[in-house]
Design a binder for this molecule. Structure first.
Ligand code: PLP
Length: 475
């Protein structure tokens, strides 16, 4: 494809994208295909000669769309949202065109510097403690990681390296293996599976702690566990708290557990993958109370802040502790400006290469402004409360946990099996899509407000589908 043709095909693709998003309501949120469906639709081997764009374009509807899960359908209420907006799509288009790999300042000065500025902009919008900002001339700063899972892993590995270095400095005879055997990390029983996985990858024990009846990790259990583990000769070194858990959107109590972590030199990482976006609204900022105790903090603008995947914002209180843990300096990556005012982000992450992700964040923040983003968050939360009211009005159902943001956890006042059957009916029906969860052996359904285009009528539609299927289940 030459530039002349790209001009035409690019415009056609933009038209296709706009039509797709404007008419997405008409598509079933979940595809009705079986594993292996796509293999039947394309040849077994790549073509030897190139094909015309018309041929390729035709196959988007024939091959791809039948198996697409439409996360941005207003009838998609599973998981958590994945954000989407035209300014973000434009940002990704430009990033793809520039295609710089900004692993050092020198390999992409604008890529690095826009990210530095955007992370400070975001930190200010969230009213994060000043020590997380680059502009404060301290040791803090932010980076865009690909996912919350990577952010947790980077935090855990940094904490692990630093505790090993400190212990070895005090006890030169200790081996890394001996220390690793004694390290213990904590998280709550309701945190995301990626936290436990970080422990697996980092080769450290991860203890999952029980939560209170609101799903919150509290001080008593933490203090008690630390004391018991220390008695056993273990070394507590890392805790991942969650603000907005995946199952029920509950919140660990940072103001309580933060000072305990600080007192015991435990690295506190806060995972607010979904709920962090809501904290741009002053009325929800209280959810981050206690964040000043954290060593690192992360949330996903790609979930609920109009920025397309991937864009996971992570801040670090002392960037030397992260870059010190991962620093490698082969000659081919060195440059004469390293170690000066701007970071070389390669030291803050697992991969070397990185995309120009701050472009889409910049476009989104400028296009909507903080007030536009707040408006969207408030609208989604209102819709969740609309759904909650419908559930509460029906004596056959119960709400499982307090609804704070855009997630409603609910269930039939019946056995787990009955709720599992209801969920299966809903998803087999294909008009809406939900996923379940289970806490303390109670199976329930999750209704998340996902697409930005979701309207009160979509919430009403979802509830009418659920009622109709409940009725047929009871019959
Ligand atoms: N943490 C929480 C609280 C989440 O809800 C999720 C995903 O929904 C994750 C982490 C994992 O997110 P990611 O896909 O960005 O790794």
């Amino acid at each position: 494809m030459d530039s002349k043709e790209f001009r035409i095909r690019g415009q056609e693709m933009v038209t296709y994208i706009v039509d797709y998003l404007e008419n997405i309501r008409e598509r079933m949120p979940m595809p009705n295909v079986v594993p292996g469906f796509l293999k039947e639709l394309i040849p077994d081997e790549a073509p030897l000669e190139g094909e015309s764009w018309q041929e390729i374009q035709k196959d988007i509807e024939r091959v791809i769309m039948p198996g697409v899960t439409h996360w941005n359908s207003p009838h998609f209420h599973a998981y958590f949202p994945t954000a989407n907006s035209y300014p973000a799509i434009l940002g990704d288009m430009l990033s793809d065109a520039i295609s710089c790999i900004g692993f050092t300042w020198a390999s992409g000065p604008s890529c690095t510097e826009l990210e530095v500025s955007m992370m400070d902009w975001l930190a200010k919008i969230l009213q994060l403690p000043k020590h997380f900002l680059f502009s404060e001339q301290g040791k803090g700063g932010g980076i865009i990681q690909g996912t919350a899972s990577e952010a947790t892993l980077v935090a855990l590995l940094s904490a692990r390296t630093n505790v090993i270095k400190t212990l070895k400095a005090d006890n030169p005879d200790l081996t890394t293996g001996q220390i690793l055997d004694k390290l213990i990390a904590y998280t709550s029983e309701e945190s995301h599976s990626s936290v436990e996985r970080a422990g697996l990858i980092g080769l450290v024990q991860m203890r999952t702690l029980p939560t209170d009846d609101r799903g919150s990790l509290r001080i008593d259990i933490l203090e008690e566990t630390i004391a018991q583990d220390q008695q056993k000769g273990l070394i507590p070194f890392f805790l991942c708290a969650t603000i907005g858990t995946t199952s029920t959107c509950s919140f660990d109590n940072l103001s309580e557990i933060g000072p305990i972590c600080n007192r015991h030199d435990i690295w506190l990482h806060v995972d607010a993958a979904y709920a962090g976006s809501a904290c741009i609204c002053p009325e929800f900022r209280y959810l981050l109370d206690g964040i000043e105790h954290a060593m690192s903090f992360n949330f996903n603008p790609h979930k609920w802040l109009q920025v397309t995947f991937d864009c996971s914002a992570m801040w670090i209180k002392d960037r030397d502790l992260v870059s010190g843990a991962f620093e490698m300096n082969p000659v081919y990556l060195k440059h004469e400006n390293q170690g000066h005012a701007m970071p070389d982000y390669r030291h803050w992450q697992i991969p070397l290469g990185r995309r120009f992700r701050s472009l889409k964040l910049w476009f989104v923040l400028r296009s909507y402004g903080v007030s536009g983003l707040q408006k969207q968050i408030r609208k989604d939360i209102q819709l969740a409360h609309q759904f909650e009211a419908l559930v509460r009005d029906d004596p056959k159902f119960e709400i499982v946990r307090e609804v704070t943001l855009g997630l409603v956890c609910f269930r039939l006042k019946a056995s787990n099996e009955a709720n599992e059957m209801l969920l299966k009916k809903i998803n087999d029906d294909h008009r809406i899509h939900l996923v379940p969860s289970k806490i303390k052996d109670k199976f329930f359904l999750r209704f998340a407000v996902c697409a930005t285009s979701t309207q009160p009528s979509d919430v009403g539609f979802a509830w009418s589908v659920i009622q109709e299927l409940t009725h047929s289940l009871i019959q």
